[in-house]
Design a protein around this ligand. Structure first.
Ligand SMILES: [Zn+2]
Length: 134
């Protein structure tokens, strides 16, 4: 269910009718689901993770790894699909990640933790993504 660009909602009201309240809170209000509660935390299924809001392909299961942080973690994104924004909320300097097409909040990206050779962790809310199994 990938939306064409001209079908993308423009207003909060248009998003609200497309998304569940939890999806709306995380995707459009930069909320965070509670750790260990998301449906994809431990998922090993092969496939591609799409943006829950607009359907754009964002992450391959090949880049998913066990970070034990309570959220799905990927050490790389599909090139050009995820944009990074400086986030200084909550008194921390973090880098927010959003869908490059519909600007929906996905989570945050961290570097230098040493989890994988790419040394990058895209920490993503399960509710922001949708797995299409291969
Ligand atoms: Zn999107």
């Amino acid at each position: 269910m990938s939306l064409d660009d001209n079908e993308l909602p423009r207003t909060d009201e248009e998003w609200r009718v497309r998304l569940t309240p939890e999806e709306f809170h995380v995707l459009r209000e930069a909320g965070t689901e509670r750790p260990w509660t998301g449906e994809y935390v431990d998922t090993k299924t092969q496939g591609v993770y799409h943006c829950r809001a607009c359907g754009l392909e964002l992450f391959s299961s090949d880049t998913k790894f066990d970070s034990h942080c309570g959220w799905p973690s990927f050490d790389d994104a599909i090139p050009g699909r995820v944009k990074e924004i400086e986030d200084r909320s909550l008194g921390m300097a973090r880098t927010e990640i959003r869908c490059a097409r519909c600007d929906s909040h996905l989570g945050h990206v961290f570097h230098g933790e040493g989890f994988t050779p790419k040394d990058t962790r895209h920490c993503v809310n399960s509710v922001s993504i949708k797995l299409e199994p291969r």
